[in-house]
Design a protein around this ligand. Structure first.
Ligand SMILES: [Zn+2]
Length: 147
């Protein structure tokens, strides 16, 4: 249910894993404890169980993405250097690349206009600080200033 939220948290540079329902709560709590993760969830049972274990939890009530992000960002802060440092699909660290090496994979207009490109080794996906980056910055601004 919070897939969109976790995708945006990755855009902001957070190490965000989206847990699908194929992992059970026991396992999830164990991992969160071991890795010192913050659990972000709408699941009331899970919140109660996580509290018993003294895990860090952010409980989400709203269904609105901006409200969810605003709520999360009260507790965790964005490091602006980390924005767009992670793949939004798989969470891997992006690698800065020379665009010349990837010329055949980048739309020509973007290739000609941009210089900073990043690559995900696992998803074979290229990122750049173009409209996507602007969208992220705008989102952060909206969350920080909107009410
Ligand atoms: Zn990836």
């Amino acid at each position: 249910m919070l897939g969109n939220l976790s995708r945006w948290l990755r855009f902001f540079g957070f190490d965000a894993y989206y847990v699908k329902r194929d992992i059970n709560d026991d396992e999830l709590l164990k991992i969160a404890e071991k890795e010192n993760y913050i659990l972000i969830t709408r699941d009331k049972d899970l919140i109660i169980r996580a509290k018993k274990r003294n895990l860090k939890i952010i409980s989400i009530k709203s269904l609105n993405l901006d409200d969810q992000l605003k709520h999360v960002l009260k507790d965790i802060k964005i490091d602006e250097n980390e924005i767009l440092s992670k793949c939004s699909i798989c969470n891997s660290k992006l690698i800065k690349i020379n665009k010349q090496d990837f010329k055949d994979k980048i739309p020509i207009k973007i290739y000609n206009n941009m210089n900073d490109f990043y690559f995900c080794n696992f998803c074979d996906k290229i990122y750049w600080k173009g409209s996507h980056y602007d969208k992220i910055i705008k989102k952060i601004f909206t969350i920080k200033n909107g009410d």
